[in-house]
Every structure is written in C-alpha cells, then in structure tokens.
Design a protein around this ligand. Structure first.
Ligand SMILES: [Zn+2]
Length: 270
C-alpha cells in the first residue's frame, strides 16, 4: 500500500514529546495536515481527505465549511500515545481522536496500516463540527462510521458492523433509536451502539427518498441550533415503517457491496 512509502521516506526519531507534530505541514482549502514526516500535496492521504470532503458535502448537502480541520499525524504509535496520554489523561486509549475546542478542530492519529480509515472517520467528525452548530453523539458516530468505509465505494456496507448486527439479531436484539439519542458520552458507546448508529444513518440515506429527506432536513436544523430536538419522532412520522425498514435494510446488505436504493442523493448504495 502506498502508505508504507510515507513511513519510509525518512525515519524520524521517536520523541516522546508533549509537542504536536510540526516539522511539516500541507494545507488545502479544507484542512491542514501537520506531521513530522513530509507529505507532498499529491500524497495519497491528502487526496483521500480532499475526496472525502467532497463526498461528505455532496452526500449530506452541507453548506460551506466554517473552519479548517487541523490534522496532527504522528510518525509512530508510541509518540502518539505518549502525547495523547500526557495531554488528555481522561481519554481512553484509541488509535485516533477528534478533539474539537473553541480554538481549533483537531484530529490526532499516527501512521499505521489503518491510517486511511482512521483519518476518514475522525476527519468526518471534523467536517461536521466545522459546519454544524451541534451534532448529537449517535449521529456524529453514525456518519463517521458511514464515511470511514472506502471512498471508492460510497455507501458500501461496513463489514464489521454488519457482522455485529447479524450477531445481535441472532440474539433477538432490537434497534432502539430512542435509547441511542439519549447517549451523550462517547465512553458509554459499545461496539453495538456504533454499529447501530451506522445502520440508522445507512438506512436513512439509502432506503428511500423519504428517509433520506428526514436526515438531510435534520442536518439543516443542526446548522443553526445548539439544542436540537430528537430525530426519532420526525422519522416515525415521515416513515411509519422505519423500525422494520431499518432491520430489513440491514438484512439486505452484503459486505463490500453498495445497496441500490431509491435515494438519488448518494447515487445508490458506513
Ligand atoms: Zn468517532
């Protein structure tokens, strides 16, 4: 994979520093990647995030991005973990983070075999927070999971979430958007909650024009309010069969293949 070339261009020292990567930066109109390893403008990661930006804004019909997203890309895992642990002691260890503050929208991660997927996920959070006034937790994660899947297949099924939901179903589990909408701390989210959030987003964007409109209208509301109402009553009113519809939608999905839905917004289908 081309990514290995990034790590091989030089061999930066593991610094165990409380400083963020700053030796090199590459900027586009939408983000700045700060790294200790040089990345050129035509680097695969730069292209990937630019494409993702367009994909997110087209699919979700978002207005202009307010602020750039700052990506801090560490050259190795140990330096990343040292920095994150010393800077945000309360955060559980994860491979990547989006941290939005009043000062800056920042993404942190390190070069690894999963860096593309990790950056796609966190950068999606960054774009949403760079554009909307508020993003409910379940939707934030559902959209980040939706767009972390390979850019070349928009709306492709998220293989591990699909497995999780199939297992859930065999355990007689039921989706529960009401419960998801009550969650406000990401540390409370289980693997199944991530999978379910992804599934609701996937269902709404791809099942029908009506379901897509519910989500897109909700995103329009989120542009201008910090205290949004819940989405479920709106979905229930517009798509009365939403509960069975979501379960059927998941059942129809095949790993790695887009679902061909009636919604024109995404060109068919994590
Ligand atoms: Zn996330």
């Amino acid at each position: 994979m081309t990514l290995i070339a990034i790590g091989c261009q030089s061999t930066p020292k593991t610094t165990f520093s409380t400083d963020r990567p700053s030796l090199h930066s590459v900027a586009t109109g939408h983000f700045v990647i700060n790294s200790d390893v040089r990345l050129d403008q035509d680097n695969v990661l730069v292209k990937e995030l630019e494409e993702l930006h367009d994909q997110v804004y087209d699919t979700l019909q978002l207005p202009e991005q307010r602020d750039p997203v700052h990506v801090y890309l560490f050259s190795d895992e140990a330096s990343y973990r040292f920095y994150m642990h010393t800077t945000w002691k309360d955060l559980p260890p994860r491979r990547a983070y989006f941290v939005g503050t009043a000062r800056e929208l920042a993404v942190y991660s390190f070069i690894s075999p999963q860096v593309k997927e990790d950056l796609r996920h966190e950068f999606t959070h960054g774009l949403l927070h760079a554009t909307l006034q508020s993003v409910p937790l379940w939707l934030d994660e559902g959209l980040a999971e939706y767009f972390e899947v390979d850019a070349s297949t928009p709306g492709a099924a998220h293989a591990s979430h699909l497995r999780e939901l199939r297992m859930a179903e065999s355990e007689k589990w039921n989706p529960n958007l009401y419960r998801l909408e009550m969650l406000t701390d990401f540390r409370d989210l289980t693997t199944r909650d991530y999978a379910e959030s992804w599934a609701w987003v996937h269902f709404m964007l791809n099942d029908s024009d009506e379901s897509a409109k519910v989500l897109l209208d909700y995103l329009t509301v989120l542009r201008s309010t910090k205290t949004p109402k819940r989405l479920m009553p709106v979905l229930e009113a517009a798509v009365p069969s939403y509960f069975n519809g979501m379960q059927t939608h998941v059942l129809k999905m095949q790993p790695g293949h887009p679902i061909v839905g009636t919604a024109v917004l995404t060109g068919g289908e994590d």
